[in-house]
Design a protein around this ligand. Structure first.
Ligand code: DGJ
Length: 696
């Protein structure tokens, strides 16, 4: 009882009028190490959420929840539905809306059965089957819980055996229900070179929607990741906070509705914008997973839960290693040839990184890729720039003792290309309307199996013809305008089939090349999500590599994605010295995109020493726990600590982010995440040649 009282702020139970029939209710708790989501099946077989938050120590107390908090005013009995149907009793934002085979728009979903299976010691799967009492229409809700990391993946599978097709108008992945005095949304917005800008607001009654309708690089203006703090905006180490994210690389939609009982309804899934889905009898529609975790110890704890889960379960090769590299994009752009590249391969070795990454501009002959106006889609080596082909570059790299990686953007096409000339019907466009371009290019129709095969072969042929390619940078620079597929008969399936087609290609690539590192790039950081990160080892957060800007961006990305996923390159953006730039890039997966030959003797020496040092500490950064010590948005100092799992080694990165008079840390930065019983020695590392540490 006392425990129940303690967490009463998060207790939920709703009664419509006098329908109180606990005796016949079934309680289904889904517990992880610290949290619980508790479902109730009432006498009418409605399945509702009666509790979400910190796990109670006595499981039996969940049964008592419904009698602890009575909120009158839910006229429907469905405000806390586990998957709110529309067209019957419901009056609020639905999770699912359908038009049945007979044209009727009503849906009711009642409990039929549930199964709880243990996948292993850490992972469990709850499946709850719901059916409409009137129509042969069912939904199975899945809750995959990861015990140690307190993470949940939730999705649904929709099916029917009606006499004809059913139209799914809305088909969310998950529907949550939170209880607090107020709800504080931390959302993100952005644009090219301005990704992951946070914005905090108090949610008011009504619906706030986070969404994307861009089709590809769907995160350009807004990613699906968000935080909800309960009662007050959470800090790094305090507050109750939910982190959410949709595992989907296309259009998404997250509805956040504060209802008339002051509770927060969260409905997350694929965006139904222009996408009513026709479901045939016996066909199943499986939604992507909505991913979430909850912490009552602030944002830092929630982020470490996501990181652990990602490395253990989701991210491709999450426990593996990564390659440091030298990229040529900013040092040459499209202007290179074999002689220049030979010098860059030598520079790669001289610098001491693992790999040389050849960027855009190496392909196309009829319309050479000498700028971003032409050539995209024609993936043959440009004979003028590379008369001896990629294979000779791979060999040269091997001779230099470095690996070789290559840039591609296989989902895209320039109208000025042979690919476009040969296969205009492979291109997404409205044939009766003017073409409209994003970076002078269009998107290929990945809903078409022929295009899927083409894109797969772009990658496969590179590997076959050039054995030894050790890294791929997969770019995606355009959004989808004029959405139309010449292949699909049903255009309203287009946005979904595009993403499914993309995943089919990526799955096929990974079946043949399971671990070759691939960077997910999207004209900067327009694409990352956890569905894509099953196929990619890392992502490109932004084309903006000004280290000052990167401190802020990497800070925000790091709430959701572990450091090992973040490709950070040292470039010539920004005014800071090479040491500052390199330190910032070391907070993830280090790379360089600079003209090595123009570095001063000391700058080069510094970089070489920094790379050697990075090789020594990178495991702590990639696999350690991340603690944010000083927030650059609140202080003039940014400070981040990574501590290894054994708590024997840690690395702290500190930056002054405000150069105004008398800025700095006013009091000592307190370290976190260390073992109080252990004794640690502190040493300043990564010093610039000729300088000495101020720590004695
Ligand atoms: C956009 C990427 O973000 C850059 O790093 C670079 O690869 C260019 N595309 C090449 O066109």
């Amino acid at each position: 009882m006392s425990v129940v009282k303690k967490y009463v702020a998060y207790l939920l139970s709703f009664f419509s009028g006098l329908q109180l029939s606990f005796a016949q209710s079934t309680i289904i708790p889904v517990e992880t190490l610290h949290n619980a989501l508790v479902l109730q099946v009432n006498a009418e077989k409605d399945v509702t959420i009666i509790y979400f938050g910190r796990r109670l120590s006595d499981r039996a107390e969940y049964d008592k929840i419904p009698s602890q908090l009575k909120q009158i005013g839910d006229y429907t009995g469905l405000l806390n539905s586990i998957y709110t149907p529309s067209g019957s009793r419901n009056l609020v934002e639905p999770a699912i809306t359908v038009t049945h085979a007979d044209g009727n728009n009503s849906l009711d979903l009642r409990y039929i059965s549930h199964t709880l299976s243990k996948i292993d010691n850490d992972v469990s799967l709850l499946a709850v089957l719901l059916k409409d009492p009137v129509y042969n229409f069912e939904v199975t809700l899945y809750f995959k819980s990861y015990y140690q990391s307190d993470v949940m993946e939730q999705w649904s599978m929709i099916r029917h055996t009606e006499k004809a097709n059913v139209m799914l108008q809305k088909y969310a992945s998950a529907n949550l229900y939170l209880k607090a005095g107020s709800y504080w949304l931390n959302q993100y917005h952005g644009d090219w070179a301005k990704e992951m800008q946070p914005e905090i607001s108090k949610l008011t009654h009504g619906i706030k929607t986070l969404d994307s309708k861009l089709g590809t690089r769907a995160n350009l203006f807004q990613p699906s990741v968000f935080m909800i703090s309960l009662d007050k905006s959470s800090s790094e180490d305090e507050g109750s906070v939910l982190f959410g994210a949709l595992e989907w690389s296309g259009n998404f939609r997250v509805d956040l509705e504060v209802d008339n009982l002051e509770n927060l309804r969260i409905i997350a899934g694929v965006n139904n914008y222009a996408s009513p889905y026709t479901l045939q009898p016996n066909e199943s529609f499986t939604t992507p997973a909505f991913l979430y975790t909850f912490s009552d110890k602030g944002k830092g704890d929630a982020s470490r839960k996501f990181h652990r889960w990602a490395r253990d379960y989701k991210l491709l090769d999450g426990k593996g290693s990564r390659l440091t590299l030298l990229n040529n994009w900013e040092s040459t752009y499209f202007d290179f040839n074999e002689t220049k590249l030979a010098a860059l391969l030598k520079d790669t070795k001289k610098l001491g990184v693992d790999l040389f990454l050849l960027d855009d501009g190496w392909f196309a002959n009829k319309y050479p890729r000498n700028g971003d106006h032409a050539g995209l889609g024609d993936w043959q080596e440009n004979k003028n720039k590379l008369p001896n082909g990629i294979s000779s570059l791979v060999k040269q790299a091997q001779n230099e003792g470095v690996k070789f990686g290559i840039w591609i953007e296989p989902e895209m096409v320039n109208p000025k290309s042979e690919l476009y000339e040969k296969h205009p019907d492979w291109v997404i466009k409205q044939t009766k309307r003017d073409e409209y371009y994003f970076r002078n290019q269009l998107v290929l129709d990945l809903s078409n199996p022929l295009v899927q095969d083409f894109v797969y072969k772009v990658v496969d042929s590179l590997f076959i013809k050039n054995a030894g390619i050790a890294y791929i940078k997969w770019d995606c620079n355009a959004v989808i305008y004029n959405a139309y597929s010449a292949h699909l008969t049903n255009q309203s399936h287009f946005y979904i089939e595009y993403v499914r087609g993309l995943y089919k290609v990526l799955a096929k690539i990974r079946a043949k090349y399971p671990k070759v590192p691939m960077m997910l790039c999207s004209g900067g950081g327009g694409r990352v999500d956890y569905a894509a990160l099953q196929y990619f080892t890392e992502f490109w957060p932004s084309d903006n590599t000004d280290p000052l800007e990167r401190i802020f961006m990497q800070w925000e990305y790091s709430y959701f994605y572990p450091a090992i996923t973040s490709s950070n390159h040292v470039t010539d953006w920004g005014k800071q010295p090479i040491k500052f730039r390199t330190d910032v890039a070391m907070m993830g997966k280090l790379g360089f995109d600079i003209v090595v030959s123009k570095l001063s003797g000391n700058d080069l020496l510094y970089c070489q020493q920094a790379i050697a040092l990075y090789n020594d500490i990178k495991q702590v950064i990639w696999q350690g726990d991340q603690y944010r010590l000083s927030d650059p948005r609140e202080n003039s100092v940014a400070s981040v600590l990574y501590v290894n799992q054994e708590k024997t080694r840690g690395v702290v990165f500190n930056y002054l982010v405000n150069n105004r008079y008398d800025q700095g840390s006013k009091s000592p930065l307190l370290l976190k995440g260390l073992d109080p019983v252990k004794k640690y020695s502190v040493k300043e590392i990564n010093l610039y040649p000729g300088t000495t540490s101020s720590l004695t």
